[in-house]
Design a protein around this ligand. Structure first.
Ligand code: ZN
Length: 249
């Protein structure tokens, strides 16, 4: 048996026996949907306007430029479709309804794939809000709040801003209760991404990592899967489905 087959089988076994699965996903999950990652040298995030419009202070400095930039980002996200990785995670949740999905992605693709109650740590580009009056409902004509006329902004955590504490608390609780914590397409080096797998491990949860490149977390993982999530997640699901059916679980 090859090492990668052994790791794959271990992952199936862990998922099959788990009562509570938590899947934490990052940019790698959405790459096959055409959403550029932060670290891509040619990615949207690294170009000049991304640097100019990703901090909370930019909203005051250049409100028109800010709205324009984020509207363009939204157009990229709205043109994207969930890939087999997203769809497999939504299927996992249908197979195991106690599964929690946590993501760093702001593209909303997990929800679009059928994922339920997705914990979006960094918010969603698909929602806008007005910080002036608290309005969270559109329509946002010319990116203006229709209630008070102030400029609306995407419901995304910018640099210099706090994460939504409610979402963070739910993610931490889910991590602490997880038997199996799966990291998919995230380097999990930035807070709180770095903390959540450790919280799961601290309560005896087992860790599975699935990523293109090696992660520092691999040394703590019970199973390390190397490859693309749009390829590996559907394979995992197919095997899990099969073994669940045959074992009557
Ligand atoms: Zn308003």
């Amino acid at each position: 048996m090859t090492e990668s087959k052994k790791q794959f089988d271990t992952a199936i076994e862990l998922l099959r026996d788990a009562r509570r699965i938590v899947v934490f996903s990052g940019a790698g999950l959405s790459k096959a949907s055409g959403i550029p990652t932060y670290r891509d040298a040619d990615g949207l995030w690294m170009n000049q306007s991304a640097v100019r419009f990703s901090h909370v202070d930019d909203l005051e400095r250049d409100p028109a430029g800010f709205s324009k930039f984020w509207a363009r980002r939204l157009a990229v996200v709205e043109a994207a479709k969930p890939n087999p990785g997203h769809l497999a995670l939504a299927q996992l949740q249908r197979l195991r309804p106690s599964t929690r999905l946590i993501t760093q992605n702001v593209d909303g693709l997990l929800t679009l794939a059928g994922g339920m109650d997705v914990l979006e740590l960094h918010g969603s580009l698909r929602r806008w809000r007005c910080d002036h009056c608290g309005n969270r409902r559109g329509p946002w004509l010319f990116h203006r709040c229709t209630r008070c006329g102030s400029r609306a902004r995407p419901d995304v955590v910018m640099f210099g801003e706090m994460l939504n504490q409610g979402v963070l608390l739910d993610a931490q609780t889910a991590a602490l209760e997880a038997d199996v914590f799966v990291v998919v397409g995230s380097t999990a080096v930035v807070y709180p991404a770095a903390d959540l797998p450790l919280q799961a491990l601290s309560r005896g949860g087992r860790l599975i990592t699935l990523n293109m490149e090696p992660l520092h977390l691999d040394t703590s993982a019970s199973a390390v899967l190397r490859g693309a999530s749009e390829d590996l997640m559907p394979r995992l699901l197919a095997s899990l489905n099969y073994s669940s059916t045959t074992l009557g679980k």
